[in-house]
Design a protein around this ligand. Structure first.
Ligand SMILES: Cc1ncc(COP(=O)(O)OP(=O)(O)O)c(N)n1
Ligand SMILES: Cc1nc(C(=O)O)sc1CCOP(=O)(O)O
Ligand SMILES: [Mg+2]
Length: 564
């Protein structure tokens, strides 16, 4: 089996089932048709519940007919009995009766299905052509508590917050976040952020307020208000982000909102955390817009470009504020040049014991990390503080003696003070570490990631390598995220390995090294596989020997930093 066979086999499983509950666009560019094309393109099985028939082409909508209530219910019931969804995208709901039926039905299935589906509501109100499909006073409040994500555009957000029945819930005390330090940002932008936060609070769900139709913005910037996100870093839960992409000026944009919401449902169905589903869906729409094409006399449609695999299509992520990370204010990522790796990391042991570190260097190990949880800031014991600094001085000296790339985990100030080759930092450290100082002295920087979203945040700092973890279950450390597994690792590697050295970490040992190598990841970091072995030096050599054999056989030498 060669690596490409392995990769395609690991990714091609039975497709997860995703439903679209939406209107039919006879022109094929939006609605049910765009949703099903998206689902097919993103390896999901799409099922449809049609709410409305529209007679439209690329120029105009000539007739809209709502399906009967019994037909709507019959579709839901029939599908639910046999093809239960992992995720549902809801688009056009044409009447108050449809909203109410759907709310009752969602309430019921939440109590009957073992696994409640993830529900994305794209509250379609006004088409990009300006055509209105449903009554101005449509009240979505019956759906409160039944939706996981809302994706309104500017018009819809405004209507939901200011003109519809929902506004009765508005609590004026929950008012504008005037205390956030925000760069030159317009009042309109602030309004958008606060409306999105208000809506999230009312619906108790995540809100992605799309900025594509906000032509006053230079870039296309969405506001993403997340509620609690199991599996994500605490720094990214209950947070507000700006997701910006270069504005793609095109007339071939019919169905972009439908495509975005159905793509999000697909990525959720593939078991990605919501942050990932959103950035991937945005990249998917960006590529679709960039390669869109015209068919009729009016606006054209998005191209279907498959799983996003292009860093340039990914949005720029900026954290605006977070309830649980008070000091994080709106911050542009400054560009720093970190030292490039001088040799591939290969098998990269992460150790907390000086003796083991010395044994590994003597055994030929050329890249190693000193990771100790002795904490120099909070530790009241000055002896421990002294021990920490003494140890760091010692490991840096050993690293130099053995011409090894010695990384210090966490303790970047001591690494700076004593001139380590590099530092390794986690996502939580990004808000506080002085990255500019690390770059200025020519140190290397390794960053952890546990999702596409975190790897993209790491990428925004152009580190010397990106660690991808944890791949398998580990007892070394308590992880907020779930094990990523081989399929996700393959995806991450495919996106990042052309740009960075990539390092897999978490539960890796001699017995699973082959499946790791087959993902194409450049390098592998290990804790227990070396440190807990009876003879750490021998364990390292065995891992290193096998890794070299595997990477040679797969013709995938470790990626060095020159490509960055
Ligand atoms: C190579 C490598 N990858 C990941 C980590 C984990 O770093 P972090 O997320 O900061 O967690 P701690 O190691 O500090 O617990 C690492 N150290 N090395
Ligand atoms: C320290 C660490 N960081 C991880 C991450 O995913 O960021 S996983 C991990 C522990 C890895 O230990 P072992 O090789 O013993 O499973
Ligand atoms: Mg750390």
């Amino acid at each position: 089996m060669n690596s490409s066979t392995f990769v395609s086999e690991s990714i091609m499983q039975t497709p997860p089932i995703v439903w679209t509950i939406a209107g039919s666009d006879s022109g094929g560019g939006a609605g049910i048709q765009a949703d099903l094309l998206t689902m097919q393109d993103l390896s999901c099985h799409g099922c449809s519940v049609i709410t409305t028939l529209t007679a439209q082409n690329s120029v105009s909508v000539s007739l809209v007919e709502t399906v009967s209530q019994s037909m709507l219910l019959a579709q839901l019931t029939s599908l639910c009995a046999d093809l239960p969804p992992v995720a549902i995208k809801i688009g056009l709901l044409a009447s108050q009766a449809q909203v109410n039926i759907l709310a009752d039905w969602l309430t019921q299935i939440r109590s009957t299905l073992i696994l409640a589906p993830f529900v994305v509501l794209d509250p379609v109100m006004v088409a990009s052509s300006g055509a209105s499909f449903n009554p101005m006073d449509l009240d979505f409040s019956p759906l409160i508590g039944l939706i996981d994500l809302l994706t309104p555009n500017q018009h819809e957000l405004g209507r939901l917050c200011h003109h519809c029945v929902l506004a009765q819930h508005r609590n004026d005390n929950l008012n504008l976040e005037s205390s956030i330090e925000i760069d030159p940002m317009s009042t309109l932008q602030l309004q958008l952020i606060n409306d999105a936060k208000w809506l999230s609070n009312i619906f108790k769900c995540h809100v992605l307020a799309k900025g594509g139709d906000a032509h006053w913005q230079y870039d296309a910037t969405d506001i993403y208000v997340s509620t609690s996100v199991p599996g994500a870093s605490v720094a990214h839960s209950n947070a507000v982000f700006m997701l910006s992409s270069q504005r793609i000026v095109t007339n071939n944009n019919h169905g972009s909102g439908c495509t975005l919401s159905s793509a999000i449902a697909c990525f959720i169905a593939h078991d990605f955390v919501i942050h990932d589903a959103i950035v991937l869906a945005k990249a998917y729409v960006n590529r679709g817009l960039a390669l869109g094409f015209s068919l009729g006399q009016g606006p054209g449609v998005l191209a279907r470009t498959g799983w996003p695999d292009d860093l340039q299509a990914m949005p720029l992520i900026k954290l605006i504020t977070s309830d649980n990370l008070a000091q994080a204010s709106f911050k542009h990522t400054a560009h720093n040049d970190f030292k490039s790796l001088q040799k591939p990391l290969g098998i990269y042991p992460v150790v907390d014991d000086l003796n083991i570190l010395k044994q590994l260097l003597s055994a030929g190990c050329k890249t190693i990390q000193y990771r100790t949880k002795l904490d120099s800031d909070t530790c009241s014991d000055s002896l421990q503080r002294l021990t920490l600094e003494t140890n760091i001085i010692e490991v840096i000296k050993l690293g130099r003696e053995f011409h090894a790339q010695l990384f210090i985990n966490d303790h970047w100030q001591l690494a700076l003070k004593h001139g380590a080759f590099g530092v390794h930092l986690g996502q939580e450290d990004l808000a506080t570490a002085d990255l500019a100082a690390i770059a200025a002295v020519g140190m290397a920087l390794g960053l952890s990631s546990h999702s596409y979203f975190e790897a993209l945040l790491a990428h925004q700092h152009s580190p010397s390598y990106i660690a991808l973890g944890h791949i398998f279950a580990t007892t070394t450390k308590q992880m907020p995220s779930a094990p990523q597994g081989i399929t996700k690792l393959t995806r991450y590697v495919s996106l990042f390995s052309r740009h960075y050295p990539t390092v897999a970490i978490g539960g890796i040992n001699l017995s699973n090294l082959e499946v790791i190598a087959m993902t194409g990841v450049g390098d592998v970091a290990v804790v227990r596989a070396v440190s807990a072995a009876a003879d750490p030096a021998k364990a390292y050599q065995a891992l290193n020997h096998k890794w070299l054999q595997l990477t040679r056989a797969l013709s995938k030498p470790s990626v060095s930093a020159e490509v960055r």
